[in-house]
Design a protein around this ligand. Structure first.
Ligand code: 6MZ
Length: 375
């Protein structure tokens, strides 16, 4: 194929990946903020003399992201974003961005933050996120409760189907509350209790995340155990670094899903595969942070060939300059998956959502309709 035809074919495949309905299960709110918004916020704080804009600008726009750089950046992002109005703004924009590329179901995770200087509590932070979801106008945002029933259509349009082009698009959104690895046992328990308290307001699960070289499993275990007893679905960042003791503990804990699983040894792979915990795959993130040596050598291929339950995810679309459509495109370009395999991969992710049967049924209908159009 000559270069021009190759470029045109790649472009068509990219467009197809955007048109594909997609399920996003692993997206951190503050990692998914648009660069343009971060720059605007940095400029405002620069003008107030809180930060030096020129220094921050280069860091935001830089493309390589080691683990260390990522977690330094998150500290910076938190300075830029952590007041109620900004949290509301970024939540709105992040949902709009996912909806714009045909994500039909989004579990967005974020760490509830106390910030006395801003009059912020963990609960007021999550309320600010929910306010952002309610402010989305471009699509209908449907929030559901953690009894896992569809709770509320946030905008006024009733339940709709995607098969009629005249109707507004819809996106199902659920919130996962993240425990940051820097937190104490008591702070982690607060987050789980908050998830329980806000289960009728769109909070549907718990995540354990944060810098993987910080903290001890034993610190979070009581909170995770508590969440399990309360019946709250849990997803855990697992094996971003080769911490043998913790990887084993996570597999033994057997959460509903795990993220990343980059640094497992043969025995741990065997155990993961035998207990078939669904894996949230974050290709670009893993390559950029060094968790996988390259796209070609990413463990996606092994898990996919073993028919292990998995779902493609972005992790931090802003931080890593990616999108869920791009992650699907990369899988096609790197591993040669056909359109029907990509479609199946996207559709299979419906099985691993934390929402209930009604939401799943609706998602399956969306895929059925899309199949006629795309295949
Ligand atoms: C582990 C990550 C992460 O919660 O402030 N986070 N934790 N590994 C990753 N892979 C690169 N990417 C993001 O979003 C930012 C927070 O999400 C977690 C970190 O704790 C980070 O501070 P929120 O919305």
């Amino acid at each position: 194929m000559d270069t021009e035809r190759k470029v045109a074919a790649e472009e068509k495949m990219r467009e197809w990946c955007v048109a594909l309905p997609k399920v996003e299960l692993h997206a951190h709110l503050n990692g998914s903020v648009r660069n343009s918004t971060l720059l605007e916020l940095a400029k405002q704080l620069g003008d107030k003399g809180v930060i030096v804009f020129e220094d921050v600008k280069d860091v935001i726009m830089k493309n390589s992201r080691s683990h260390l750089e990522c977690f330094k950046l998150f500290d910076l992002f938190h300075i830029l974003t952590t007041d109620h109005d900004t949290v509301t703004r970024i939540a709105k924009e992040v949902v709009e961005d996912f909806a714009a590329e045909n994500v039909v179901y989004l579990e967005i995770r974020t760490t509830p933050k106390n910030n006395a200087a801003k009059g912020m509590t963990k609960m007021s932070y999550i309320n600010a996120v929910i306010k952002g979801l309610k402010a989305v106008e471009a699509v209908d945002v449907i929030l559901f409760d953690s009894n896992l029933r569809t709770n509320e259509t946030l905008s006024c349009t009733p339940m709709i189907e995607l098969d009629d082009d005249t109707k507004k698009k819809k996106i199902y959104v659920g919130l996962l509350l993240s425990i940051d690895r820097r937190e104490t046992t008591s702070a982690a328990l607060d987050t789980v209790n908050l998830a329980m308290e806000m289960k009728d307001q769109g909070v549907i699960g718990i995540d354990l995340s944060g810098n993987p070289v910080v903290g001890e499993w034993e610190t979070y275990l009581p909170a995770l155990q508590h969440a399990k007893e309360l019946g709250i679905p849990i997803t855990i960042h697992c094996g971003e670094v080769p911490n043998r003791k913790e990887i084993q503990a996570v597999l033994d804990f057997c959460p509903q899903r795990v993220g990343h699983v980059c640094c497992l040894n043969d025995e741990e792979w065997k155990q993961l595969k035998s207990i078939t915990i669904p894996v949230e795959i974050c290709l670009t993130s893993n390559v950029m942070t060094g968790g996988a040596p390259s796209l070609e050598m990413h463990h996606f291929a092994d898990l996919f060939n073993a028919k292990h339950p998995l779902s493609l995810c972005t992790d931090d679309s802003g931080l890593f300059s990616t999108s869920l459509s791009n992650e699907y495109y990369l899988v096609a370009a790197t591993f040669g998956l056909s359109k029907s395999e990509l479609f199946q991969l996207a559709q299979d992710a419906v099985q691993f959502v934390f929402a209930d049967g009604e939401v799943k049924k609706s998602l399956r209908r969306i895929f059925k309709v899309a199949e006629k159009r795309l295949m």
